[in-house]
Design a protein around this ligand. Structure first.
Ligand code: PGA
Length: 251
């Protein structure tokens, strides 16, 4: 049995004060709920340390949105895995489509970041997803296969015990367009089968595969009831406590 995970990617939103206010609201709403899932928030770097304090005693866990692939050194403006760990992070999003497109991150770099995260005991939430034109050209599976295998190149299944994958079709991110539950389930199943071939059945069955792309309380229940959808990576809808809690409740 895989325990579902709902993660909120705050992106470049919420200063320190806004972060504390949002966490306080979330914690209050979650307090009396019987949760069947893990809840993770990924605030911006500047709010991580205060967020770690604010979530003590709550059901919320902490993640970051990115990290640098090197352990330390002369990389002005970058943040290392060790620094994230020292703030209290347990998770880190890697290879988000905004990192791939705006910041030109490729599979090779993402592979190094996953390695760095794992070496520092951070759980990577490794994102993959096709562009609209790739879907329209019927190469979704080809694109997903090369992103998954490229990002995980060189790892053994033991090394990837803490890995989480997020399937986020790029055309569904921040656009209000969601993949239908069937479209999402098809790709999730494809990823699970691919990992069974690459590693083992046991590994593939344990792995959490989250869906992301315009997830909201109105569509989360149906998405999350698909056999191979083990949770959600939520952008826009996680910035309001009510809608994030709505998604959590549907899990
Ligand atoms: P969205 O973002 O929910 O706003 O579409 C999801 C993501 O980018 O992780």
């Amino acid at each position: 049995m895989r325990t579902k995970l709902i993660a909120g990617n705050w992106k470049m939103n919420n200063d320190l004060n806004e972060s504390k206010v949002l966490i306080a609201k979330l914690a209050k709403s979650l307090k009396d709920l019987e949760l069947n899932c893990e809840v993770v928030i990924c605030p911006p770097y500047t709010s991580l340390s205060e967020s770690a304090t604010a979530i003590v005693g709550t059901k919320i866990k902490l993640g970051a949105q990115n990290l640098h692939q090197e352990e330390s050194g002369a990389y002005t403006g970058e943040v290392s895995a060790k620094m994230l760990l020292s703030t209290g992070c347990e998770y880190v999003i890697i290879g988000h489509s905004e990192r791939r497109t705006i910041f030109k991150e490729n599979d090779e770099l993402i592979n190094k970041k996953i390695d760095r995260a794992l070496k520092n005991n951070l759980k990577p939430i490794f994102c993959v997803g096709e562009l609209l034109e790739e879907r329209e050209n019927n190469i979704t599976e080809k694109v997903i296969e090369s992103q998954v295998l490229g990002g995980l190149n060189g790892f053994s299944e033991n090394e990837l015990a803490d890995l989480i994958i997020a399937y986020e079709p790029v055309w569904a991110i921040g656009t209000g367009k969601t993949a239908t539950p069937e479209q999402a389930e098809d790709v999730h199943k494809f990823i699970r089968d691919l990992l069974e071939k690459r590693f083992s059945k046991e590994f593939a069955e344990k792995l959490l595969i989250l869906y992301g792309g315009s997830v909201k309380p109105e569509n989360s229940k149906e998405l999350l009831s698909q056999k191979n959808i083990d949770g959600a990576l939520v952008g826009g809808a996680c910035l309001k406590a009510e809608s994030f809690v709505g998604i959590i409740q549907s899990a």
